[in-house]
Design a protein around this ligand. Sequence first.
Ligand SMILES: C[S@@+](CC[C@H](N)C(=O)[O-])C[C@H]1O[C@@H](n2cnc3c(N)ncnc32)[C@H](O)[C@@H]1O
Length: 417
Amino acid sequence: MILKQQSLFEEKSYFGISATHTGGKGEVFHDWYPYLEGFSSSFVSSVFDKYLSNGKKILDPFSGIGTTPVYLTIKGVKSYYCEINPILQHLVSTKSNILKLDRISKKKIIQKINLIQSNLNQINSEQKNFQLDQSYKHLFNKSIFFEQSNYLRILKIKSFSNTIKNELVKSLFDVATYSCLLKASLLKRAGDVRFKTKKDLEKEKIPNIINLISNKLDLIKTDLEKTNKPKVTPKLICKNSKDLINIKSHKLDGVITSPPYLNGTNYFRNTKLELWYMQKINKEVSLRDFRNETITAGINDVSANIKKEIINEVKSLYEKLKKNSYDKRIPKMVSDYFYDMKIVLKGLKKQIKNNGIICIDIGDSIYNKIHVQTDEVLIKICSNLNLKLIDNIILRDRLSHSKVKLTQRLLVFKKNG
Ligand SMILES: C[S@@+](CC[C@H](N)C(=O)[O-])C[C@H]1O[C@@H](n2cnc3c(N)ncnc32)[C@H](O)[C@@H]1O
């Protein structure tokens, strides 16, 4: 049976904005990369204190910018994570490597960053990076995502980055660079990434990317000074959380996570500039390759060539959507999403101990007036896996594009002994 809103306490304000990326603004390490899909460290803290306060080993199978593993590491809790996007893997591993440093080593890194900042103006004398230029043409053809001045700077910044000898400093410089690409481009985030409008461009001139990078390096230096070396370090357990089922159990105490919402967000396409800059997409590897591996959550993730079973828990919803959808990819997207999530949930069950706790932040969606109650389907799947729902809290009210009321919820499950 589905427990609807059976919660120990029903106050939305308890979590509220902390369950969003904005809620984490100003937290240490949080603002290095703007990631709309993330939550805040204070959210992780509240969830941990309420459900997992004795937890020693915690996993986030969808770590994004690493909010869960980084916060828990700073707190001294051993954390494990999965993340499929190579940009976010790079970001979390850079943060993790910083956390391994003692005070003196961090001071040295800060000095090296200072030196780089004082040399930034010399970037103009660098050669353009030929490979990056070629892969832009290959990947994006004639699409213009940058004004010419910033485009040239980016090609030169890439060459400059390749001359940085210290690996960690290079990693930090790369973080600073890819974090600024979108702001320095003709694109913006509005839900998904799209072109800035004429009005946007009139309102705000596109900044010089070198200035943006320098500001970002200032923020990174400030954050480096704010943390002490913890006793533990985060561990990437596997990249794809669908693989958790195939590896030996780590006997974890619990999970704190936010999976992709089934709301059509094109996770990989939204990071195409960063993936291009880091040369993670190129002639050999395309966005499509990543989309085939990710949890199907966006319309572009759906592939007619990949057939996935329609699991029992979603059959009736699938039929309803099939009758009503203007785009035949929608029922397949919904069905594939739950197929993928079931694999991950089985993996989570395997990875936690008996009586272990799984905390999932999730939102619902609406397609052509059909309410897709993601939370309820996940509860059904978990119930069939013998994961008992012990709490179901509304974190926030949300609105769909068509202004229908949706929610963001926290679902808490316990693995029966
Ligand atoms: C809602 S975001 C999580 C954000 C995170 N809580 C934070 O604070 O940054 C979901 C994440 O799941 C990742 N993801 C999607 N499919 C995945 C998979 N199969 N394995 C691992 N990560 C995946 C996406 O790249 C995205 O970063």
